[in-house]
Design a protein around this ligand. Sequence first.
Ligand SMILES: NC(=O)C1=CN([C@@H]2O[C@H](COP(=O)(O)OP(=O)(O)OC[C@H]3O[C@@H](n4cnc5c(N)ncnc54)[C@H](OP(=O)(O)O)[C@@H]3O)[C@@H](O)[C@H]2O)C=CC1
Ligand SMILES: CC(=O)N[C@@H](CCC(=O)OP(=O)(O)O)C(=O)O
Length: 307
Amino acid sequence: MAHTLFIDGAAGTTGLEIAERLAGRAEFDLIVLDDERRKDDAARSEALNDADFVILCLPDDAARSAVGMIANDRTRVIDASSAFRTAPDWAYGFPEVTGRDTIASAMRVSNPGCYPTGFIALVAPLVRAGLLPADWPYVCHAVSGYSGGGKALIARFEADADIAFRAYGLALGHKHVPEMQAHAGLVHAPVFAPAVVPAHRGMLVEVPLHLSMMPAAGSADTLRETLATFYADSPVVNVVGDTPDELLLRGSAQPVDTLTLRVFGAADGSQARLVAMLDNLGKGASGAAVQNLNIMAGLDEAAGLRL
Ligand SMILES: NC(=O)C1=CN([C@@H]2O[C@H](COP(=O)(O)OP(=O)(O)OC[C@H]3O[C@@H](n4cnc5c(N)ncnc54)[C@H](OP(=O)(O)O)[C@@H]3O)[C@@H](O)[C@H]2O)C=CC1
Ligand SMILES: CC(=O)N[C@@H](CCC(=O)OP(=O)(O)O)C(=O)O
C-alpha cells in the first residue's frame, strides 16, 4: 500500500522541487492542500496527523509549530529547516555521514543545510580518519545560487540584475555554523564566509588547508583517497580525481542531486583546497529530503533522484 505524504510548505522553492522529484512515484500518495487552505492551521493539522510521512519546507518557526501540531506517535517527519539540526532527539539527515540505519529507523529527521552538506561531506570523514585535527580553526568559503534564500531572495535577485556578487554573513554567527561544527566533529566553530552569485542554483563550498602544519594529513592524494573510500557506496556523493583549472557555476544549471568532492593540492604538498560542488536545491535540500524519505520508507535510496 502507498504511504501517505504531506509536504507542508509545498508552494515554496524546496517544496515544489520535492514534489517534482516524487512525480509518478506510486509508493507515495500526496496529501495536497489548495491555495486557500495551505496556511490554514486546522487543515494543516489534519494533514500532518493523517500522513505517514511529512516533509516540512517552512521557515524555522513554522516548522517548530508544525511539529507541535503532530499529536500521534505514527507520523514520521523530515524537516528541511534549520530548527532541529543539532537537536539530540532528531537524526541528522545526511545518510552517508550519519548512517543509513539511523535514518531508516528515525521518527524525526532533520535535513542538513545546503552549505553544511558541502562542509561536512569534506571534513567529517577526514576528521574521523584522524587525518585532519578536530581542534583546528577551520575556515569555509562558499558561494550559492540565489534560490538558496527561498522566494524572498529569488525575488530580490530577479528584480535587481545589477547584483554581481553578494557577500553576507559578515557579522559571523550564520545559522549554519552550529551544525557544521557539531556534525563535522569539531572543537571550534569554523569561520564561515558565504556569498551569493546571480545564478539560480548551484554552489561551491571550499575548505582551504595548510597541509604543512597538519602532520597527520598526508598528501592531497591521501585525503582524496580517504574520501573516495568513505563515499564508495553512495549513489549521490562522487569523489573525483580530476583537478581542473577552474570550477564554474552556470546560470543555466539544471536540477541535480549529486554532490561532487575534489581535493586540489599544491605542487610542493604544503597546501590543499577541499571543494564540494552541489545544487543547493538538490543534495542541499530537496534531493536530500527525497533520499531520506526513500531510506525511511525502505525503498531504493536513489529513487526519483537526478543523478
Ligand atoms: N532554498 C534552499 O536552497 C534551501 C532551503 N532550505 C530550508 O527549507 C525551508 C523552506 O525554504 P524555501 O523553500 O527556500 O523557502 P520559500 O520561502 O521558497 O518557501 C517557504 C514556503 O513556506 C510557506 N509558509 C510560510 N509560513 C507558513 C505557515 N505558517 N504555514 C504554511 N506555509 C507557510 C511559504 O508561503 P508563501 O508562499 O505564502 O510565502 C512558502 O511557500 C526553509 O527552512 C529553508 O531554510 C534548506 C536548504 C536549502
Ligand atoms: C543563499 C542563502 O541565503 N542561503 C541560505 C541558506 C539556505 C539553506 O541551507 O537553508 P536553511 O535555511 O534551511 O539552512 C542562508 O544563507 O540563510
